[in-house]
Design a protein around this ligand. Structure first.
Ligand code: NAD
Length: 263
């Protein structure tokens, strides 16, 4: 039980479509390691579904509705987590959105919104959560970027790529600022992961007629391991960085991509 007695604030804990998202799989994986999970999502039902999965296996979970880009809403969620569990040890920044398209398709309003959710949210939550971590003698922050933040994936995904790149550097900055005070901060960089959101949204970028078999085959061919990853494989990387197994690891990125970025 590598996360026994730890309280995890999991932002983006749900799934945007039925099935196992990275957030939902991470909630269950961390709970199995003994953590109590505050499952926070913009959609209460999505947070509740993750909390329910945790409770099914005897874990402890509290589902809360909050928008990571909204200061007031995150203030309330963090306050509730602290009053319910006494503090926060681990913060996972998993909520992320994007819009497929390049310069022509991306409006400045799209960039603003995607920046708010993918990057500004980290500033909002870190300001609120880090004081609790310091009070408890330390903590771990894990942010979820994307290989799109470090390389071009064959189709334009401008706002997503730019903000996911920023998230990596933001996390390194937190790591430097708090390295001497017991707080570690690292990023998991997933490659092509077979989550319900990807099945729904990215299909169009790979197949004109949206044929699911063609989409899956094209995505698999891109990856040296010749398959997409699962949400559970990303969750395991997040759990490692959140735990004391990673006690000397801070300010770095763990790429979980079946060899994609090494090509
Ligand atoms: P998902 O959309 O299924 O899950 C994200 C969850 O975050 C959803 O429940 C959604 O409601 C929530 N969310 C979105 N905006 C929010 C907001 N403003 N406030 C609170 N909650 C919000 O996505 P997923 O595919 O499981 O991806 C999870 C994370 O991993 C994202 O950050 C994504 O960018 C990243 N990622 C995914 C892949 C992939 O292939 N699936 C690859 C690389 C990176």
């Amino acid at each position: 039980m590598k996360l026994a007695n730890k309280v995890v604030f999991m932002a983006g804990a749900g799934s945007s479509a039925p099935g196992w998202s990275i957030g939902k799989a991470t909630c269950v994986t961390l709970a199995r390691q003994g953590a109590s999970i505050v499952a926070v999502d913009k959609h209460l039902q999505a947070a509740e579904e993750s909390a329910e999965e945790i409770r099914k296996t005897g874990g402890i979970a509290l589902a809360l509705q909050a928008d990571v880009a909204d200061q007031h809403s995150i203030e309330q969620a963090v306050a509730r987590a602290i009053s319910e569990f006494g503090g926060i040890d681990v913060y996972i920044a998993n909520a992320g959105i994007g819009k497929i398209g390049g310069i022509v398709e991306t409006e400045t309003a799209d960039m603003d919104l995607i920046y708010q959710v993918n990057v500004q949210s980290l500033l909002i939550a870190s300001k609120l959560i880090i004081p609790s971590m310091l009070q408890r003698g330390g903590g771990a922050i894990v942010t979820i970027s994307s290989v799109a933040g470090i390389r071009y994936l064959g189709y334009p995904h401008l706002a997503y790529s730019v903000t996911k790149a920023a998230l990596i550097q933001f996390t390194r900055m937190i790591a430097q600022e708090y390295a001497g005070r017991g707080i570690r901060a690292n990023t998991v960089v997933p490659g092509l992961i077979d989550t319900p959101r990807v099945q729904k949204n990215v299909s169009a970028a790979f197949s004109s007629d949206n044929n699911p078999d063609e989409v899956r085959s094209k995505r698999n061919q891109q990856v040296p391991m010749q398959r997409m990853g699962t949400a559970w494989e990303v969750a395991n990387a997040i759990a490692f960085l959140a735990s004391d197994d990673a006690s000397y690891i801070t300010g770095t990125e763990l790429v979980v991509d079946g060899g994609l970025t090494g090509k």
